[in-house]
Design a protein around this ligand. Structure first.
Ligand code: SF4
Ligand code: SF4
Length: 77
């Protein structure tokens, strides 16, 4: 199943998606500061994909494609 994923190279942490997700599924990780999607809450509505001003969210079959760490961003696919 495809899920929305965040491309951390394009994301600038504007937090628009955290405010507009109707299901409160996008949050700021208090440990590393990156915006992340809680897939247990996400309903796959696609709104975040349409509203991200930087085109940083898209559908993927691999929800672990981008893995941010505190020091770098690793592309895991
Ligand atoms: S709206 Fe886009 S650029 Fe802004 S925090 Fe969300 S994913 Fe990042
Ligand atoms: S697809 Fe919908 S429910 Fe899932 S994170 Fe994006 S806006 Fe929220």
């Amino acid at each position: 199943m495809h899920r929305p994923i965040i491309d951390y190279v394009l994301c600038n942490n504007c937090t628009t998606c955290t405010e507009l997700c109707l299901y409160k599924a996008i949050y700021i990780d208090s440990i590393d500061g990156y915006v992340k999607i809680d897939y247990a809450k996400c309903k796959n509505c696609g709104i975040c994909i349409r509203i991200c001003p930087y085109g940083a969210i898209r559908y993927s079959h691999n929800k672990n494609q981008w893995v941010p760490t505190t020091s770098s961003i690793i592309r895991a696919d």
